[in-house]
Design a binder for this molecule. Structure first.
Ligand code: MG
Length: 261
């Protein structure tokens, strides 16, 4: 009897001790991550070297190849809608389409997986502003990953946010800008990600980009979403649209076509 009482006492004491530790663990404070700011993911050096593109002839690549899906041929935005699925509200004029500030993104009605995309864009003569505030737009691949469009002609910015960067991830290999008023050509080859069941990448998305015939991104791995503040996020998704960004600047686009791969 005496021994049994001792055992009971020990086990009661142990129970109190475990409860106390458990309460202590719940109350223990650990350091929290520092709040992220936009500047934490902006890198300014080394600035990519400037490469002057070859001369363009005025009638180069003004129509799509025979097996392409034409997304915009200068006539209308029938292949596009806004972010709410309503009619796209950008301005079609002079065989080009121009961002209308405040109308929001436009996106293709059709969704895509792997593709080759051709898109031409131009910054208006007399553009003002600096860094990210000058001729800013963007091409979102599968609606998820922004390839930056920006006037980087005599305009420096953080290099992982300049023309042809995967925004806030990978800077381009060169600065191949034509000046405002001239047309820049993007040719984008994109491989969609494959996801595991748990939503992480089995194979991440990859992209190759040429601007005006000059290689800017060479089969680069995309790490996740292109966030203004914070780290890329891996978000499981399926086929997605081509999305063009309204960043408030009057950037124009023309001759947009895509070949599914
Ligand atoms: Mg942009």
């Amino acid at each position: 009897m005496k021994r049994k009482t001792v055992l009971l006492k020990v086990s009661f004491a142990a129970w109190v001790s475990i409860l106390s530790m458990s309460l202590h663990a719940q109350e223990k404070e650990y350091p929290k991550p520092e709040p992220m700011t936009a500047g934490m993911s902006e890198y300014w050096t080394p600035q990519p070297r400037i490469v002057t593109p070859g001369e363009a002839t005025e009638n180069a690549f003004l129509t799509a190849p025979s097996d392409a899906i034409v997304l915009f041929d200068g006539k209308d935005l029938s292949a596009w809608e806004n972010g709410k699925g309503e009619a796209a509200g950008w301005n079609v004029h002079d065989k080009v389409v121009t961002v209308v500030k405040g109308k929001g993104v436009i996106q293709t009605k059709q969704k895509f997986n792997d593709f080759q995309l051709h898109i031409e864009w131009s910054i208006p003569v007399g553009i003002t502003g600096s860094s990210q505030g000058r001729g800013n737009s963007g091409v979102y691949l599968q609606g998820m990953y922004e390839v930056q469009v920006l006037d980087c002609y005599n305009n420096e910015t953080y290099i992982n946010g300049q023309t042809g960067s995967i925004y806030k991830q990978t800077p381009p290999l060169a600065n191949a800008m034509r000046k405002p008023g001239e047309w820049n050509v993007y040719d984008i080859i994109y491989t969609a990600p494959v996801f595991k069941e748990d939503g992480t990448y089995r194979t991440p998305p990859r992209v190759t980009l040429l601007q005006n015939g000059i290689l800017l991104l060479n089969n680069v791995t995309i790490l996740g979403t292109t966030e203004y503040v914070g780290f890329p996020r891996v978000v499981k998704h399926g086929p997605g649209p081509i999305v063009l960004q309204d960043h408030g600047d009057p950037v124009s686009f023309r001759n947009i076509w895509i070949r599914e791969l």
